[in-house]
Design a protein around this ligand. Structure first.
Ligand SMILES: Cc1ncc(COP(=O)(O)O)c(C=O)c1O
Length: 388
């Protein structure tokens, strides 16, 4: 009997320990972990540098209130700003808190310039921005909001890729457009660079803000530190989380100077957000994953892996419909429901995770080795052959 509520349909596997790209189950089976805690374990399990930094910091100081200065947080915020478009950072503990804070920052900015009615956020229908009460209504998904009414007002929706409906939905009360640069849960849907450029142009024209949710696709997962960088677009606000903590819960919002001007003392806060223990780990992850050589390697192994996956798709066109994604945020879209496929991968000791549109999501640690990718390719080929 489990005393945990039944809000998850958990697989009947538990793990004793992890090392690099591998997880070892309590009943002695070694799995290749290409779920990586859903894009969280950017450096795999038990990375020695992360162990070292958490050990060292845990002996010094775990937590102080944000009522005081926190040098470890100052250090990480500086690194994030120097690496990105951002001028300022607010630390949180999770992705959904980061997206909520992003919404607050957008609204507060217009409030602070005397336009409090400009408060509506325009999002993609059936996207994913987290599970808090506002974030589920931002997603516009029936499944996620059912039973959680009353509806939180202030969100409008357009269909992915439908430029006409996007333009039509902007009105005088729109404060911001918020989209994931690469939709994760929605099925690894990449917004092309020309669309990101178009979004920025549209936001400038309408004098509204652009929020790019990089909770899943950010922190080097796409092969660039932030996934939108390739497009040369500069957003106003970017929530991040997952990969920056490498397994330690950290969320953050990156923002430019303009919008940060509304965030005066008392407008936002978090008890745990940015505590020294979290920041020590975050600094170590940041130093490793933002390095140019590290990023080049993500691109290199990704090119190899995507090429090989496309070969498998060409061999099994009746099973695989499309290979999606960028960097190490990859989706194998199947023609049919992916449950059997994922279970067969598990039986062959490869862990992946589902996404919408029949997608099998593949999220290896960013420091994955070529031989581990080859092992996964072999398993995927075997499963395709079994299902043929
Ligand atoms: C794009 C995006 N935004 C927000 C979230 C919510 O993050 P968390 O589960 O840490 O609250 C997720 C989680 O998967 C996500 O993928």
């Amino acid at each position: 009997m489990s005393y945990l509520a039944k809000n998850y349909n958990r697989k009947k596997i538990s793990f004793k320990f992890g090392k690099g790209s591998y997880l070892y189950s309590t009943n002695g089976i070694k799995y290749l972990d290409f779920c990586a805690g859903i894009a969280v374990l950017s450096l795999g399990h038990a990375h020695p540098k992360l162990i070292d930094s958490i050990k060292k910091q845990s002996k010094k100081l775990w937590h102080v209130s944000n009522a005081f200065e926190i040098p470890e947080g100052e250090k990480l915020a500086k690194k994030l700003c120097q690496k990105t478009f951002a001028d300022y950072v607010i630390f949180q503990n999770s992705g959904t808190e980061a997206t909520e804070a992003a919404i607050k920052i957008a609204r507060r900015y217009f409030f602070s310039i005397g336009k409090p009615n400009k408060n509506r956020i325009l999002c993609i229908k059936n996207s994913f921005h987290g599970r808090t009460i506002a974030a589920i209504f931002a997603s516009g998904s029936k499944k996620m909001t059912e039973g959680f009414g009353p509806k939180v007002p202030g969100f409008d929706h357009f269909t992915f890729g439908d430029h006409k409906s996007l333009k039509k939905k902007i009105n005088k009360n729109t404060a911001a457009i918020m989209v994931e640069t690469i939709g994760g849960e929605s099925g690894i849907k990449v917004i092309p660079d020309f669309c990101l450029k178009g979004l920025r142009k549209l936001c400038n024209k309408k004098k509204i803000l652009l929020i790019l949710d990089e909770v899943q696709c950010g922190i080097s997962r796409s092969g660039d530190f932030l996934a939108f960088e390739r497009s040369k677009v500069k957003p106003d606000i970017v929530p991040i989380a997952k990969g920056i903590g490498g397994g330690f819960p950290i969320g953050a919002v990156l923002m430019n100077k303009k919008v940060a001007s509304g965030m005066t003392p008392g407008t936002h806060g978090s008890t745990f957000g940015g505590n020294p223990l979290a920041m020590a780990v975050g600094n170590t992850v940041m130093d490793i994953v933002s390095n140019k050589n590290f990023l080049n390697n993500v691109k290199k192994v990704s090119n190899y892996f995507l090429l090989k996956l496309n070969h498998i798709k060409d061999k099994y066109p009746n099973i695989i419909k499309e290979i999606r994604g960028r960097g190490l945020l990859i989706g194998i879209q199947l023609h049919k429901d992916q449950t059997i496929f994922i279970n067969k991968l598990i039986n062959n000791k490869l862990l992946t995770i589902r996404a919408a549109e029949n997608v099998v999501r593949i999220l290896p640690p960013l420091n994955v080795k070529k031989k581990e990718l080859d092992q996964a390719l072999k398993i995927i080929t075997k499963v395709c052959a079994e299902l043929k």
